[in-house]
Design a protein around this ligand. Structure first.
Ligand code: HEM
Length: 499
């Protein structure tokens, strides 16, 4: 077995070396004034400097030595990483259009019907049309509010499940994940979401595969790697299963619409209406709808779960903050049966807690990568066409030039500031910025606020097994989202009943 592995490794190194010896350097790259960066090794580039560290943390550390704009080579992927608010602004605002595209991703190619979605789709007139539809018709504040009923049903169910666990340890993540996924499924498909459990499992697999730092992602020209690593077959399998589920749902809906006519109750209907209305420069197809739905299933579940879990973790770690937050929610909803979405506005301190969680535990620390469409300059350096550009949101949100005591969880820091979620201040970009900003801000925030408010209103919390706040594991896991490595386990001790 050992000998087999050695032969495989030698053969692999040989093939890669031969490949690299004959690879041509891009023409004209010498003439460009590229940003500096750490020295590279043949074949792997800077991969050894990342090692097993999380990329956003490794990049932040490297930027302390090599500067706020760095050229990096990870395997075959050249990239420029920006790690300061000032330069993030040059990417997200000054050069927003030139840097508005996304790089090729195998995952998008297979799962998202050749990248015809919003999140991974390349910038084009088609993409602009679809992003407008998603922003204005699927995820507008008004549309999100129209789904209040779905959220109310699921948050009540969730509260009851937690209530039934009083005195016993609960894994918050698991419960919230199921609730959020159900809400997203209902918003997309109404009450007849087929095979929801399969859908949840597949979405989880997609999230796990979408970090962009797998070997097949880093050596895309060695296409056999995606085969031998099993990435291609896994993606194909997920794609086929998802496609079948979507087809069945769409078929059911077509039959239903023959009797009920068009409604606006869920997003299948909204998009079917848009499709049937016609008149668009790029007609909407079933595959377009599937790709967008997949974006929403991925974007709409995992991100909120990550944030809720980190917020609860910080509350358990900081009992004074927990006490203050509980006092606020119990005061605002005093005499009420429970916390209702329509009255969340009064929870000012809770909103600061969420802002601080999104700063210190930024959900997608490297945002999503951009690709340069037209050569431009950032920080006085050239960014060549096709170059992958990464903004390190974690580095911006913890830059000591902008944040006092940046590594400490202090929701009070937002009391006297007016940070919003729309990328207006480059030191605070949890939802990205510019043309590529997240369209799901309203959708994500309302589920985070409602869930946390319920957890704080109805329950008191303890750590299990005699743990103290100091013992809580604060490490993150690998992946596109900075999910907590070990799922938070907490005990709801008291249930303050619906009066
Ligand atoms: C806490 C919740 C969420 C966070 C922190 C978050 C964060 C982000 C970030 C950082 C990006 C990349 C922005 C960039 O590249 O500049 C993004 C993109 C995106 N998000 Fe979210 N998101 C959240 C919730 C949602 C929800 C609920 C949905 C949909 C239901 C959604 C759908 C999308 C889509 C479609 C994109 C791609 C936008 C584009 O490329 O133009 N997100 N999100």
């Amino acid at each position: 077995m050992v000998i087999d592995m050695t032969i495989v490794l030698i053969a692999f190194s040989f093939i890669i070396s031969v490949y690299f010896i004959f690879i041509r350097k891009p023409k004209g790259s010498k003439a460009l004034n590229l940003p500096p960066g750490p020295p590279t090794l043949p074949i792997i580039g800077n991969l050894h400097q990342i090692g097993l560290e999380l990329p956003h943390r490794a990049f932040r550390n490297l930027s302390k030595k090599y500067g706020p704009i760095m050229s990096l080579q990870l395997g075959q992927i050249s990239m420029i990483v920006v790690s300061s608010p000032k330069l993030a602004e040059e990417v997200l605002k000054t050069n927003d259009l030139a840097l508005a595209s996304r790089p090729y991703a195998l995952l998008a190619d297979i799962l998202l019907y050749g990248g015809i979605d919003i999140a991974f789709g390349r910038y084009s007139d088609y993409w602009r049309q679809m992003k407008k539809i998603v922003t204005m018709e699927l995820l507008s504040v008004k549309k999100v509010q129209s789904f209040m009923g779905f959220r109310a049903e699921e948050i009540d169910r969730f509260t009851e499940v937690v209530q039934s666990s009083v005195g016993k340890p609960v894994h918050i993540r698991q419960r919230v994940m199921y609730m959020n996924n159900t809400v997203v499924c209902k918003c997309l498909f109404g009450n007849n979401c087929r095979q929801q459990d399969v859908l949840i499992e597949l979405v989880e697999q997609v999230v796990a595969l979408s970090s962009g730092f797998y070997i097949a992602d880093l050596f895309p020209k060695l296409s056999f790697l995606s085969v031998i690593s099993g990435m291609k077959s896994t993606l194909n399998h997920i794609h086929e299963t998802l496609d079948k589920i979507f087809n069945e749902i769409f078929e059911d809906r077509r039959i239903k619409r023959q009797t009920t006519g068009p409604t606006e109750d869920d997003l299948v209907d909204v998009l079917f209406n848009i499709k049937e209305r016609g008149g668009l420069r790029f007609p909407v197809t079933d595959n377009n709808i599937k790709a967008i739905f997949l974006n929403m299933l991925i974007g709409g579940t995992d991100t909120s779960v990550v944030t809720i879990e980190w917020a609860m973790t910080e509350l358990m770690k900081n009992p004074d903050v927990m006490k203050k937050a509980q006092a606020e929610v119990r005061e605002v909803f005093k005499g009420k049966k429970t916390v209702l979405e329509s009255e969340l506005n009064g929870l000012v301190y809770l909103k600061h807690i969420i802002k601080e969680t999104l700063r210190l535990h930024i959900t997608i620390p490297l945002l999503l990568p951009r690709e340069c469409m037209e050569q431009c300059q950032v920080g006085g350096y050239d960014i060549p066409k096709k170059m992958k550009v990464i903004v390190n949101g974690l580095a911006c949100g913890t830059d000591p030039e902008y944040w006092d005591d940046p590594e400490t969880f202090k929701p009070e820091r937002f009391e006297k500031t007016s940070y919003d979620f729309f990328g207006t201040s480059p030191e605070y970009i949890p939802f990205g910025g510019g043309r590529r900003i997240c369209p799901g801000i309203a959708f994500g925030l309302v589920s985070i606020e409602l869930t946390l408010a319920r957890l704080l209103f109805h329950f008191n919390w303890e750590l299990p097994n005699g743990m103290t706040p100091k013992d809580i594991d604060m490490t993150e896991s690998h992946g596109v989202t900075a999910i907590k490595k070990s799922s938070l386990e907490v005990i709801p001790t008291v249930f303050i009943p619906f009066s």
